[in-house]
Design a protein around this ligand. Structure first.
Ligand code: SD4
Length: 317
């Protein structure tokens, strides 16, 4: 028997983790818990980076990405660039369970969701539409729409939820769900629905899930690397730190303002997290993650260490 735990990225991950933990208490599996935690964030219109209420792409269309992976079976499902369908992590689960494939994109994902009973519903809220209008009126938007360069990742335009859970059977699962970087180019897909990048689980070793600048993180297979670090004996925090320092060391420039962060859950229930110092160490937003377990069933917000090429802050023991 294991001690059930759900962990997630960001402070709003506390409510999501609590929803996942409740699902475990109700007899759900780790996979169920990850889905419930994802749905909690997806349904919340105040979370501007996930599901309903997520900020749209450069053309004002909300394109959702999500994935889920089951440690028991090592099966995975994912959707990307999904439009006008809520709860994309649940669609990803149906892809995993009812299709022979791992990932469905755009119109194909949408048709699949509709064929499996998901309702067509705009995911663009009035607030998100207003923020897009404001962005569109700005100079940055003129540059983006005219030339389609990369869109700056500013503190308020990203915040994917990455989730890991372990149930009382000791089985693990991981998930990730996002509206991606706000004002992204139409069709752009980040790390979140990519197995090994936005999430990964190996039932023998552990699970990991990520948030941040997906265009960087997917090149480092961040979640896979974090789980393999645990497989080689690192504790969860060390595993996250090593993966992020690898990412930083391979960037074409070390002067990169964009952030990446990861949470990790080891097979024995130990948890950890870390974030890059640049990008996520902002006055308005420090890097936080969340846990729900028997000692904090309603979820608590935790602070992870920061990482840069020079070191780890605060220094790990
Ligand atoms: C993406 N990883 O689409 C997502 C965005 C994100 O915190 O996580 N931001 O690249």
């Amino acid at each position: 028997m294991s001690k059930p735990v759900v962990i997630a990225t960001w402070p709003f991950g506390a409510g999501a983790s609590a929803a996942g933990y409740q699902r475990l208490l109700d007899g759900g599996s780790a996979l169920d818990a990850v889905e419930s935690a994802g749905n909690f964030a997806e349904d919340d219109p105040e979370v501007y980076s996930v599901g309903y209420g997520g900020l749209p792409n450069a053309l004002g269309i909300v394109e959702l990405d999500a994935a889920i992976m089951d440690g028991r079976s090592h099966l995975a499902g994912a959707v990307c660039a999904l439009v006008d369908i809520g709860r994309p992590i649940s669609v990803a689960r149906v892809v995993m369970e009812k299709s022979p494939h791992v990932m469905l994109a755009a119109e194909g994902a949408r048709s699949f969701a509709i064929n499996h009973g998901f309702l067509v519903k705009s995911q663009l809220t009035e607030t998100a539409a207003r923020r897009w209008e404001e962005w569109k009126a700005s100079e940055k938007a003129a540059a983006t729409v005219a030339h389609f360069p990369s869109t700056p990742l500013v503190p308020d335009n990203h915040d994917t939820i990455g989730i890991c859970a372990i149930d009382s059977q000791g089985d693990l699962a991981a998930g990730c769900t996002t509206s991606g970087m706000a004002w992204k180019l139409p069709g752009r897909v980040g790390d979140s629905p990519i197995i090994g990048a936005g999430l990964y689980v190996d039932n023998t070793y552990g699970a990991a899930a990520a948030t941040g600048h997906g265009d960087e993180m997917m090149k480092a297979s961040l979640s896979y690397r974090t789980v393999m670090n645990m497989a080689s004996g690192m504790n969860p925090t060390e595993a996250c730190v090593e993966a992020l320092r690898y990412l930083l060391s391979r960037r074409s420039t070390l002067v990169n303002p964009y952030g990446a962060a990861i949470v990790a859950l080891r097979k024995d229930g130990a948890t950890g997290a870390a974030a890059t110092k640049s990008g996520f160490e902002l006055p308005s937003k420090t890097w936080n993650w969340a846990t729900a377990d028997s000692s904090s069933p309603h979820g608590i917000v935790r602070q992870g260490p920061y990482v840069d090429i020079a070191g780890v802050y605060p220094t790990l023991d």
